[in-house]
Design a protein. Sequence first.
Length: 572
Amino acid sequence: MKLLKYAKEYKFSATIGFLFKIFEAVLELCVPVVMASVIDKGIGNNDPSYILKCGLVLIGLAVFGYLFALVCQWYASLTSQSVGTQLRKDMYHQINTYDDANLDTLTAPSLVTRLINDVVQIQLAVAMTIRLTSRAPFLMIGSLFMAFMISGSLSMIFVVGAIILAVSMFSITIISMPYFSRIQKLLDKIALIARENLKGVRVIRAFSNQNHEIKRFNKETKNQKDEQVKVGKIQALLNPFTYLIVNFAIIIIIYASGFQVNIGSLSQGEVIALVNYMNSILQALIVFANVLSIYNKATASYQRVFEVLETKPKVEDQGVYETLTPIENMIEFKNVNFGYLQKDVLHDLSFTIKKGETVGIIGGTGAGKSTLVSLIGRNYDTRSGEIWIAGKRIQDYKLAPLRKHISYVLQNTSLISGTIKENICMSKPYQADIMNQALEVSQAKEFVSNLSKGIESPVVQGGKNFSGGQRQRLTIARALYKQADILVLDDCSSALDYATDAALQKQLQELKEMTKIIISQRTASLKRCDRIMVLYHGELVGFDSHEQLLKDCQVYQEIYESQNSKEGETNG
């Protein structure tokens, strides 16, 4: 029923395809009747002209049946491809509304498999519904009806055979259905391993770990193959069962009809017609068995596709405010607690960040630094407590306008294929003066201007044609180009040398109207910050200037000393 809303948009093409397949089936049902006439009247009366006329009729039925089949095929393909395209559009739109919690649950490899493989299975099911599901039942019912018209007693053999076939097909379908869900999940695992290996190929080579990864991949593909073989063996029973039952029914028909031919209640042509109708049922059932196999796969895919479409963001966009006006207390955390699953990561955080202030965040691995800044843009909602931005609760803003005022640079640099200009101008159309300022502040201007094509220089997928430091500077330039009120830099200068990092921090200090939050593991990178926030296991243990923290905060003192002692320098 959920798929019907997609098919409704293409009901004209679906209806045309369906009707022309019915027309083809009607012509097919006429063939045994014509053949019976050829035997009883043409051959029986030794009438060549009648046989010729019937032959021409049979040719006409074949030609028109072929034309009807072509029309059906065209419209079935048009409908199925259109439904698949619309499904992918809606899925992609829905995925782009997801928050980080949704993406943690429905992983990227699984979403890619659902967008491609699962939608293809549904497309195939839609096409087969129009092309075959309309024809097979009509042929079965039509053949039974025509058999009743010829001989009511012999047609009961058709009914009994059809019931036995239906039971066997239904049983095999029920048994095989769970396998297809498992197969699709195994495909997700294979996609995950392939994605990890392709993305981390340099790391794998560096550790000479190719054989381990090959074994890991082979193990999952073997599991998927084993499931496919199991369900294949079960479904392979469909055709033999169908042939066995139908052919056994034909033997009974021929045997029983022989007595009626002898007493003159049934003609030889009618016997041939009955056998042909039984064969028509056989063909229809074989087609139906294949369609059931397609439906089994499509059912598993359907559930996975509509899970994507029906998964709602956990962060609800129910705000009313569409504008954000900076005020003195730009960001406020009030007793904020947050955690993933059952474990809290941030504990009772309360602090205020002023407009235009530059705030650093430092702490050990797992202290909650990245988690804290992800809450500012409502990538997650707090477990308890409140976050206020520019004097209003963060939930009172509409998500899109809120995020328009916040610019992120994440730990992992993310550049898209295209040009430098296209990457930097993601937030708004190109403006030369803003571009120059963004490149200058991010320390990217020098290396970009040395490129032969400047900002029109190509960027390959992931920015692999640039060094780590260059990629980081380009992502910082992209964030600055947005000219947001709040700038969040999440440990994005780790690949920069100390001189470049120092120049970057100095330039950022001159952006007086922008509120800046800088996460770093280096105390040297945060010295110029107005205040530095020190996190320890999700708790705020210090929030002051660099000089004051060196006097009052033990955790900050330990971090500073480890990075500036001779031992720290040696380890560094």
